[in-house]
Design a protein around this ligand. Structure first.
Ligand code: SUD
Ligand code: ADP
Length: 286
């Protein structure tokens, strides 16, 4: 077998409602999750031993040894299938880390897909979903890779209505924001989510539908990192922005645009004003 690559696109929570709490302290979510045309890339080559080589702009922010979520995924897949054939994995890390866009989860999902192909093994869909969930709550949705209504803590997935063509600009102020403190800082009653039931006809209709919903983690994220508020305000000032919103537990926020040219212009405007921020225009994947 020759080498092959698998993309690990950024996860974007277009909406995120915190609807309850489990006895173990995990919060129950109802979230519309989609993916963006920007992400990490994993290359797989046959090898007698398992190895991981990490390069790319954000490589220095993640562990390269056993704690890397890719090697964790490999270990768990070997355990679950009884097969471990080795493999040389090269990760090109582009996504910011601890950023609310599931970079680690996307890498883990891509690792599972790539290693199943490299080792010529498979798991029944339910066993694969459970394995993914044991790696992280966002790994099952990243395995799916298409727009989903995500519920529970990530284990309940329903295909979302088709999303119209649209563009995003992802903006991270390069401040890592870890998930646990954001959930901890959330106050007030739980929300009730009104899931998207019909396919919005165009980007403007999508923006209207999203505007009627929220990301409940935005207020606690801003309390912990006020710069998230600045990011949202900066996105809102760009021409043709249909909606600014935070993804996941932050700190990455996105602007929604109808056209590629509008997103690229907005990204250029933001880069000029905030040279230290990570800013990426990307297609909303359908
Ligand atoms: C919020 C979401 C939305 O897609 O994305 P990110 O912001 O991480 O990208 C996910 O649910 C992130 O799930 P997960 O990947 O398990 O979070 P981790 O970083 O492992 O953080 C785990 C900790 O966050 C809290 N936590 C996490 C998820 C959840 N549904 N309820 C919680 O209360 C718990 O304190 C838990 O111990
Ligand atoms: N391949 C990987 N990519 C990103 N983060 C990783 C990876 N392996 C382990 N990690 C660890 O996972 C944590 C959260 O990563 P990430 O998925 O980027 O967060 P988020 O879901 O909030 O965007 C970080 O503390 C990081 O050190």
């Amino acid at each position: 077998m020759t080498s092959f690559t698998i993309e690990a696109p950024a996860k974007v929570n277009l909406t995120l409602h915190v609807v309850g709490k489990r006895e173990d302290g995990y919060h129950l979510l109802d979230s519309l999750v989609a993916f963006a045309g920007v992400g990490d890339t994993l290359e797989f080559s046959p090898s007698g031993t398992l190895s991981l080589d990490v390069s790319g702009p954000t490589a220095s922010q993640i562990p390269t040894e056993g704690e890397n979520i890719i090697l964790k995924a490999a270990r768990l897949l070997a355990e679950a299938t009884g097969v471990s054939k080795g493999g040389a994995i090269r990760l090109t890390k582009r996504l910011p880390v601890a950023a609310g866009i599931g970079g680690g989860s996307a890498d883990a999902a891509a690792a599972l897909k790539g290693l199943m192909r490299l080792w010529d093994v498979s798991l029944a869909p339910e066993a694969l979903r459970n394995l993914a969930l044991s790696i992280g709550a966002d790994v099952p949705v990243c395995l799916a890779g298409t727009p989903m209504r995500m519920m529970g803590v990530g284990e309940v997935l329903e295909p979302a209505p088709a999303l119209p063509p649209a563009w995003l600009v992802l903006v991270n102020p390069m401040v890592p924001l870890h998930t646990p403190p954001v959930f901890k800082a959330r106050t007030g009653p739980f929300s009730s989510a009104d899931p998207l039931r019909e396919s919005p006809g165009d980007a403007k209709a999508l923006a209207l539908a999203l505007a009627a919903r929220r990301n409940d983690l935005t207020p606690p994220a801003i309390t912990i990192e006020p710069v998230v508020g600045e990011v949202l305000a900066a996105i809102a000032t760009t021409a043709d922005c249909l909606l600014p919103r935070m993804s996941g537990s932050g700190a990455t926020c996105f602007g929604l645009y109808a056209q590629e040219a509008q997103a690229r212009l907005a990204a250029a405007q933001l880069i000029a004003a905030h040279p230290g921020w990570w800013i990426a225009p990307a297609q909303l994947l359908s």
